[in-house]
Ligand binder design. Structure first.
Ligand SMILES: NC(=O)c1ccc[n+]([C@@H]2O[C@H](COP(=O)([O-])OP(=O)(O)OC[C@H]3O[C@@H](n4cnc5c(N)ncnc54)[C@H](OP(=O)(O)O)[C@@H]3O)[C@@H](O)[C@H]2O)c1
Length: 508
């Protein structure tokens, strides 16, 4: 049954109309996706009135100072040129998502209720090993409070929740629907009220650890269920990207500011530190560029609003993935990114760049010992003798944790249905498709990975692309290649000698 809403919904024929006079509330604006989204929104829709962003203080900087610093980031350069006063459209609301009432002042809450007509909820804790209580508070409790606030916005056009394609990772086939997790979300919310040392909390945490891959996906799935049950007759849609990596082109190619997922491993390989990864070479790596994600995310409220106008109990879900229409395996990902790394080597790399993939834990364990820890011990000892502070062993300890957290994503494969995303793309006019390109089929992985690798080199390893640095980098890399092949030959010679001695001992 279609229940009448307080405000007659506007008929929307174009994405532009969705943002006409837009007063947007956004969480996670300081995050990787949030920054690209905010830039795209401001650049694409000059008729957006205000973007309210909930930001917390961090590392001694106030929310306002953090935002000033963020807008000095290279990705906002073209926006500064195009709209020099764009910051006047930004209203920073001091808040803390896991605090009561989102940590907002009563004045800011009233402001949001009276003004906001669109919500993008992007904030989350993405740590796979996050303490359950923290993950519940950040990913679920905050979603509930934000929804309560959105319900009081008299003019709400759409509440867009950014989830993850892996929220229901315990399934093999994932459709664009909200699945009911085994444990009801209210039970999880109750858990967050307990002390983490309470035996009941610990018992529940152990039980829940088998229900989903990790506390991140568990709480993202529960937040979806929360929306499904609590957002009746409120315009809500759920957007689920898979593994988000650097920009393809917009606003600049190859930009990335985090080390999540494969990015940390690509950086490690470029630095000549990582040589073995636990990943099934034949499994599809479901990667999507962040600018494509932001483009699809910008269009999702427009598309979802049309469904809502037909049936106001609808809650469209968008699986934004690459594995269905433009798959790439971890093997191809590894080979192609290594090719890119060879063409633009790091100027500070420690060793020749090569990465072995294995899906077998024992093989990985041995490779990890031999290619990482043994190298680390030798390097750290030399470093200590020469009075250098740089140490590899703590990096390997950290990396081992990352690799095991990533294991489910690098050794398993899911089949996704993405009909809503396809439909959304097909409903866009050709000029809108040009403004918001997100058709993943159009992505050429070779070209993309080249930009991704360059991006990690520039934005993470602070390398330079000028010709002088490149010449030095190539020379250094040639020396490292020779050293690598000499060390390899020496190692093989030692193994042959050892075997020969053993054989001699046994036979004679
Ligand atoms: N990155 C991916 O590969 C990926 C894949 C699928 C889905 N997603 C989803 O996309 C969304 C954005 O992810 P991202 O990659 O942009 O992550 P991110 O870079 O880690 O950003 C997370 C954002 O959430 C904010 N946040 C976290 N806890 C908060 C709290 N207690 N109070 C206020 N703000 C808080 C962070 O603010 P601070 O700057 O103050 O920390 C930051 O702005 C998330 O919902 C995530 O689940 C991401």
């Amino acid at each position: 049954m279609v229940t009448p809403t307080a405000v007659a919904p506007p008929a929307l024929t174009t994405v532009n109309e969705m943002y006409e006079g837009g007063q947007i509330l956004m969480t996670g604006a300081t995050g990787f996706l949030g920054q690209i989204l905010i830039e795209k929104l401001l650049r694409s829709f000059p008729r957006i009135k205000t973007i309210y962003i909930i930001v917390r203080e961090k590392k001694g900087l106030s929310a306002e100072q953090r935002i000033d610093k963020m807008f000095r980031n290279v990705i906002f350069e073209s926006l500064h040129e195009l709209m020099p006063h764009f910051q006047l459209k930004i209203k920073v609301l001091n808040g803390q998502l896991d605090a009561p009432n989102l940590g907002l002042s009563p004045e800011d809450r009233s402001l949001v209720m009276s003004k906001v007509n669109l919500v993008f909820h992007c904030a989350a804790t993405l740590r796979f090993d996050e303490e359950l209580k923290v993950a519940i508070n950040t990913n679920m409790y905050a979603t509930q409070k934000l929804l309560d606030l959105a319900k009081q916005c008299s003019n709400l056009r759409m509440f867009t929740y950014v989830s993850t394609a892996f929220s229901h990772a315990n399934r093999k086939y994932i459709e664009e629907i909200v699945y009911k997790p085994k444990t009801h979300y209210t039970e999880l919310l109750k858990l967050a009220e307990m002390d983490i040392t309470h035996p009941k909390y610990q018992e529940a945490r152990d039980r829940l650890s088998t229900e989903n891959i990790n506390t991140y996906t568990l709480t993202k799935a529960a937040a979806e269920q929360l929306l499904h049950e609590e957002a009746t007759y409120i315009p809500v849609c759920i957007f689920r990207p898979s593994i988000v990596v650097s920009t393809w082109s917009d606003p600049i190619p190859g930009w990335i500011d985090n080390l999540y997922g494969p990015t940390g491993l690509v950086c490690g390989a470029q630095a000549g530190i990582i040589r073995s990864v636990l990943a099934d070479p034949n499994v599809k790596a479901d990667l999507v560029p962040v600018d494509f994600v932001a483009n699809a995310l910008v269009c999702a409220p427009w598309h979802a609003r049309q469904s809502y106008e037909k049936d106001n109990s609808s809650m469209p879900v968008y699986n934004y993935v690459s594995s269905k229409d433009n798959p790439i395996t971890w093997y191809d990902f590894s080979i192609t990114s290594q090719k890119a790394q060879l063409s633009i080597p790091s100027s500070q790399g420690l060793w020749y760049c090569f990465v072995l993939l294995t899906k077998h834990r024992t093989v990985y364990f041995l490779q990890n010992l031999l290619l990482h820890y043994l190298f680390g011990y030798i390097f750290d000892t030399c470093s200590w003798i020469s009075g250098n502070k740089f140490r590899l062993l703590p990096i390997y300890d950290k990396m081992s944790k990352v690799v095991s957290a990533l294991e489910p994503f690098s050794t398993k494969e899911w089949t996704f249905d993405n009909r809503n995303v396809e439909q959304m793309w097909n409903q866009l006019s050709s000029s809108e498709q040009n403004r918001f390109p997100f058709n993943i089929e159009s992505l050429n992985w070779d070209d993309f990975l080249d930009r991704y690798v360059r991006g990690t080199l520039v934005h993470h390893l602070n390398d330079k692309m000028d010709s002088e640095t490149r010449i030095k980098a190539k020379k250094r890399y040639t020396r490292l290649t020779v050293a690598h092949h000499c060390a390899k030959s020496l190692l093989y010679a030692c193994v042959v000698l050892l075997l020969w001695s053993l054989l001699k001992y046994i036979l004679w």
